[in-house]
Ligand binder design. Structure first.
Ligand code: FUL
Ligand code: CA
Length: 484
């Protein structure tokens, strides 16, 4: 589609009339997200499914010598698992197709250590991926690099095995939105009967760039997760908490999968050479796998809500683990918490209280005459329209006038990501007794910043960009109130 300015310029230019008053869009501020990363940002909340022999041996890490016969879910129901995730508002599910113990949930042609020798005998990867397809969730893969079952682990032959498995998963189960490359690597295990300790140099052993290249060839839209990216990074903890300041960028040369500088991963680097936003992985229970003794330790809906604010609300994604039980279903307690979480989030974000406000800005790019950049674009509910200022105006402000007292306790700000992460800090003011008083502030914005605080009642709110290296491009601003 030809853009409006181009159209006018071409038409008027052809008629010999000079064009004024229309301006170029702001220059992008690199590094920029790739299209696959932009699509991933949209998901915001998705799930992990940890399920394997550990579910039946009551462990977190299997040694690799478990008999496939222990894998015996009595009532496996992929639609129930996916349905619970969907009811909780998850947009995708990442399945542990193979955890550190090496047992495969699909009948891989490259090993006998799989469902094919279990009493279950079905292909759990197929069933989960198809249930995701039916219910409109994206499907993702966890394939543990560390394999405590495989005889070749630690040698170059194992890499051939690992990539063969990846190829199976990427060619036989439909689109894969993410691959989670875990960082836990090397140590003791069964290793085909050797029962020994195998150390590997995790900076060189896996030859990650070659594996990443294979994925790019097979499924170019898949985002690759590891401690170090290349597409998305670990947030540096398994508690679901991104840094209060959390940049979508990092200096990738300083990082390698399996070697985590947890503090830097938690906040990212600014400036950073690459777009590698954070993912917050955390389990709904203390463990990653199901244990009956944790049935009464399922996180409450309010705890999950807090995690939403500390992950999605800081520009990261929220990857919440839901471990199926020995039936092969999501336990009632987990499903209940998750449903209640969704009810609270929906009740909070259903109505943008600022939607009908009159909005004015201290500056809009091109004197406010170019609709592509006007302040009203922050209230149209669309992420692809934005408010931008003239290049030299880096710290503008925007006023929302509701015309009547309005009560909120959450402010949501979202940048227009195709132009990069531009805003470094903002302040939020409320009009009170005839003057502005600051009620909130935040650093890094990015995909989504949620500022949550006590309830405030006011008829006018002002957003100030207080620090930015270039003019801002803000796609949406919202005010919300959490249910009482
Ligand atoms: C860790 C693993 O060791 C855990 O078992 C779990 O899979 C978690 C998501 O990643 O590194
Ligand atoms: Ca918009």
């Amino acid at each position: 589609m030809i853009d409006r300015r181009e159209f006018i310029t071409t038409t008027l230019g052809a008629a010999g009339i000079a064009v004024t008053g229309l301006v170029d869009a702001p220059a992008p501020f690199p590094p920029l997200p790739a299209p696959r990363q932009l699509a991933w940002h949209d998901l915001e909340f998705y799930g992990f499914v940890h399920f394997t022999v550990n579910t039946f041996t009551n462990r977190e890490w299997g040694d690799g010598d478990e008999s496939p016969t222990v894998f015996n879910p009595t009532d496996f129901d992929a639609d129930q698992i996916v349905g619970a995730a969907k009811e909780g508002g998850m947009k995708g599910l990442i399945l542990t197709c193979k955890h550190h113990d090496g047992f495969c949930l699909w009948p891989s042609r490259y090993t006998e250590h799989s469902v094919k020798h279990s009493p279950f005998r079905r292909d759990a990867v197929k069933e989960i991926s198809e249930a995701c397809g039916r219910q409109g969730l994206r499907f993702g893969v966890y394939l543990s690099p560390w394999d405590r079952n495989h005889k070749d682990y630690g040698t170059p032959e194992y890499l051939v095995y690992y990539r063969n498995q990846l190829r199976e998963l990427l060619t036989e189960y439909g689109p894969v939105f993410e691959i989670f490359f875990d960082g836990a690597n090397g140590g003791d295990g069964y290793y085909g009967g050797a029962y020994e300790r195998r150390e590997i140099d995790n900076r060189s052993y896996y030859e990650w760039p070659n594996t990443w290249q294979l994925v790019r060839e097979l499924q170019p839209n898949t985002v690759l997760f590891s401690d170090a990216g290349p597409d998305i990074r670990w947030v540096g903890n398994e508690r679901g908490i991104a840094g209060e300041t959390c940049w979508a960028t990092q200096n990738s040369a300083d990082f390698a999968p399996g070697r985590a500088d947890v503090q830097r991963l938690n906040r990212g680097d600014r400036p950073g050479t690459h777009w590698v936003p954070a993912e917050c992985d955390v389990s709904i229970r203390p463990g990653w796998f199901y244990h009956q003794h944790e049935d009464d330790q399922v996180k409450t809906a309010q705890q999950l809500v807090d995690l939403y604010y500390s992950s999605v609300g800081r520009g990261a994604s929220f990857l919440l683990n839901l471990p199926p039980d020995r039936r092969g279903r999501i336990h009632e307690n987990d499903a209940r918490s998750l449903r209640e979480f969704r009810r609270i989030i929906d009740a909070t974000f259903a109505t943008n209280l600022a939607a009908g406000a009159r909005v004015t800005a201290s500056n809009s790019r091109g004197n406010g005459r170019d609709r592509r950049f006007v302040a009203g674009n922050v209230l149209d509910g669309s992420r692809i329209t934005y408010w931008a200022t003239d290049d030299e105006v880096k710290t503008p402000s925007l006023v929302l006038d509701f015309g009547q007292p309005t009560t909120f306790n959450v402010v949501r700000i979202q940048e227009y990501l195709p132009l990069g992460q531009r805003v470094e800090a903002v302040g939020v003011d409320a009009w009170k007794d005839g003057c502005w008083s600051e009620v909130a502030g935040a650093t890094s914005i990015g995909n989504c910043r949620l500022i949550r605080g006590p309830r405030i009642t006011t008829a006018r709110v002002r957003l100030r960009v207080t620090q930015a290296p270039v003019c801002p491009a803000i796609s949406e601003v919202g005010l919300f109130v959490e249910p009482g």
